[in-house]
Design a protein around this ligand. Structure first.
Ligand SMILES: [Zn+2]
Length: 302
């Protein structure tokens, strides 16, 4: 399947076509998590030949003022979700390529040894996709029952320390990614509001700078989450729905291309068309309701 899509995109020149058609005057946002520096260097070199790196702040400025000419042509924002510990190894690359990415942090995981719950042995045994479907309290309980309580420190630190966050602040901006990385749609009203609003105040206190941008964990949100984003005063919120952002886009529902951390440059060029992410969404929405969690909808993407 992967080969077929890659072949089709190469054969038709679709990547270049879409770039020319959509990306010239619209902001493209890409999403990484925890890529290796050697691989990211190849990706950044590929981007540098085709796009101009810009920042989330610059995109927010363009959206708020309508002055899209202030952005360079083919504007691209690089983002990282979660605040993974090894993101610190990317600092020299950001300097080398003149990239100022936005790193979205979980305010109650960064600076602790609490695990990213979907990366635990417990989550692997229960099934990450299963856990995304159950009410949040049940998710936490089931993880704890299997030995990886997401609210307690794990054996090994997975997130950046606050010292590392401060150091990286020279080359990166920070945004909010909730406090504990729940699936917001599975939280009750109070918790959903706290995960969005307190994340902002906690990050501002720890980072020492205003926190203007947000990224939805797993890309999931509804009207309730958008209302909380507005109340909290974020300038933008980023999904993982593939697509470009232009003058008519909603700054609180920014589209972005989720990229595989281990993608070859050939596969990167395919992912930049948005086709793989779109196909995954279609497949997920056709999956139907799981028997274990009858009251919740399947989640489109990882
Ligand atoms: Zn995340």
């Amino acid at each position: 399947m992967k080969q077929a899509i890659a072949g089709m995109v190469r054969w038709t020149g679709l990547g270049a076509l879409m770039r020319f058609g959509f990306a010239r005057r619209k902001a493209t946002i890409v999403v990484y998590h925890d890529p290796e520096p050697e691989l990211l260097r190849e990706h950044l070199a590929w981007f540098a030949e085709r796009y101009n790196f810009t920042t989330m702040d610059a995109v927010a400025d363009a959206m708020e003022t309508g002055r899209w000419n202030a952005l360079p042509p083919y504007p691209l924002v690089i983002t990282f979700d979660d605040g993974h510990r090894a993101n610190t190894k990317l600092e020299p690359l950001f300097r080398e390529f003149g990239v100022r990415p936005t790193i979205f942090l979980c305010s109650q995981i960064v600076g602790t040894a609490r695990p990213y719950w979907w990366k635990t042995a417990a989550a692997e045994r229960i099934g990450v996709e299963t856990l995304k479907l159950v009410p949040d309290a049940e998710r936490r309980q089931r993880l704890a029952d299997f030995g990886d309580d997401p609210d307690r420190d794990g054996a090994e630190r997975q997130a950046m320390t606050w010292d590392e966050v401060h150091r990286m602040g020279e080359v990166a901006d920070y945004g909010g990614h909730t406090r504990h990385h729940p699936i917001l749609l599975r939280c009750d009203d109070r918790q959903a509001a706290e995960e969005i609003e307190l994340c902002k105040t906690e990050l501002e206190a720890s980072v020492g700078k205003p926190c203007h941008h947000f990224a939805f964990p797993n890309g999931d949100f509804g009207e309730r989450e958008l209302a909380a984003i507005r109340r909290a005063g974020y300038r933008t919120a980023r999904s993982i729905d593939p697509g470009w952002n232009g003058p008519g886009s909603d700054p609180l529902q920014l589209k972005a291309f989720p990229l595989s951390d281990d993608a070859s440059v050939a596969w990167l060029s395919v992912q930049m068309t948005g086709i793989p992410a779109k196909l995954r969404t279609l497949k997920a929405s056709g999956r139907g309701k799981p028997a274990a969690a009858p009251d919740v909808r399947p989640i489109p993407a990882a």
